[in-house]
Design a protein. Structure first.
Length: 278
């Protein structure tokens, strides 16, 4: 189920808080007239929106939209920790005026086909979530209610912007990005070995042509070229950090046949011999 929220809107919240489910509990069976932003800090929880189940783990954020039926069939894990924000429902804006004209609301909106966001790669989302709760719970006498609401609205907009940025980065990730990341991790953690496409294909249970196409699509180079460029950069850094190391040892450590082959490839990439001081 898709969601859409104005980033630059006037965001008002009804409540915000932390909860620890010391005893496993089902999500309440209810229909709210506010949007429920739920962030898991620790543990797991399965939550339904209408007929769709969402399996949540640590650093997952789920937006349960106002007017929809929310409930649980399985209890949370014991000790589940989460935080929530109940955001008032607002009518969407059609446009936003500017001195130089106008822009459509889609340019300033968080839109997603799924209400579930995996936020581990963007800690700012969690930080803004916590700041919103802290501001809501604050009883600082030097800050009046109007200032508090304005701050919450700004923080909410910043959090929605980060969520939109996260969504767009995921949409633009190259195809097979998870598999590519696993392959690159293998290359980086085993620098002494020069892998063939066939070896990689056997390790990850895909055909060698798929490996070649993935790297060509993602980086516009062959798998061999990607691996060679990565190794040469690692050699360059290694020689810089170990100025008295021999080229023969560097060649062995990074999968080259000998120092002659390393020197030739190095000079082709960087334009100078690795014997030159880096």
């Amino acid at each position: 189920m898709g969601i859409s929220f104005e980033i630059a809107g006037n965001h008002k919240i009804e409540s915000a808080n932390y909860v620890t489910n010391v005893v496993p509990m089902l999500h309440p069976d209810r229909v709210l007239d506010v949007h429920d932003f739920l962030y898991i800090l620790d543990g797991t929880w399965e939550i339904y929106e209408n007929d769709t189940a969402y399996e949540m783990g640590k650093d997952d954020l789920l937006i349960l939209s106002a007017g929809n039926h929310h409930y649980g069939k399985k209890p949370s894990s014991a000790g589940n920790k989460h935080m929530y924000i109940h955001l008032y429902q607002e009518a969407p804006k059609r446009s936003m005026s500017k001195r130089a004209g106008s822009i459509s609301s889609s340019a300033t909106a968080l839109t997603s086909n799924s209400p579930l966001f995996h936020c581990a790669s963007n800690p700012r989302i969690k930080q803004y979530f916590k700041e919103i709760i802290a501001t809501h719970l604050s009883d600082n006498p030097s800050i009046n209610q109007e200032m508090k609401e304005e701050k919450i609205s700004l923080l909410m907009g910043l959090m929605l912007w980060e969520m939109s940025s996260l969504q767009k980065s995921l949409e633009s990730k190259p195809k097979h990005s998870e598999l590519i990341s696993e392959i690159i991790d293998l290359l980086q953690t085993n620098p002494h070995h020069m892998y063939t496409t066939e070896e990689i294909a056997d390790k990850f249970y895909v055909c060698s042509k798929t490996i070649s196409n993935m790297f060509k699509d993602a980086y516009d180079v062959t798998f061999y070229s990607y691996q060679m460029n990565m190794k040469l950069e690692m050699v360059r850094q290694y020689l810089s950090d170990h100025p008295y190391e021999t080229l023969a040892n560097a060649a062995r450590n990074y999968g080259f046949y000998d120092e002659f082959h390393l020197g030739k490839a190095f000079k082709k990439k960087y334009g100078y011999s690795p014997k030159r001081k880096i």
